[in-house]
Write a new protein. Structure first.
Length: 95
């Protein structure tokens, strides 16, 4: 698992250790990703967003950015509608 991940786990004789080991190592992996995701969501991404907003405002492109955002949102909504239709179609005619 890499340097610095050594651990000692005391398991009583006759106990299925596979579940206990999976939980211990799973918690270690989740902890790593939790810290990374928390940093990105609450520190890095807000800074990027504020810098992008500042550049758009400075360049006078607010209207263009709004039109782009609206078009992107509409495309995402249409994509979700197509996914729902595909699931319905497959459920009705392909099963």
């Amino acid at each position: 698992f890499g340097s610095g991940t050594e651990s000692t786990i005391d398991i009583a004789p006759g106990v299925d250790c596979s579940t206990i080991l999976a939980i211990v190592y799973g918690l270690g992996q989740v902890g790593k990703h939790f810290v990374k995701d928390a940093f990105n969501n609450y520190v890095a991404d807000p800074i990027k967003n504020s810098l992008t907003d500042a550049v758009v405002e400075t360049a006078g492109l607010e209207e263009v950015a709004d039109v782009y955002t609206d078009a992107t949102d509409e495309a995402i909504q249409q994509g979700h509608k197509l996914e729902k239709f595909e699931k319905w179609f497959n459920g009705m005619f392909k099963d």
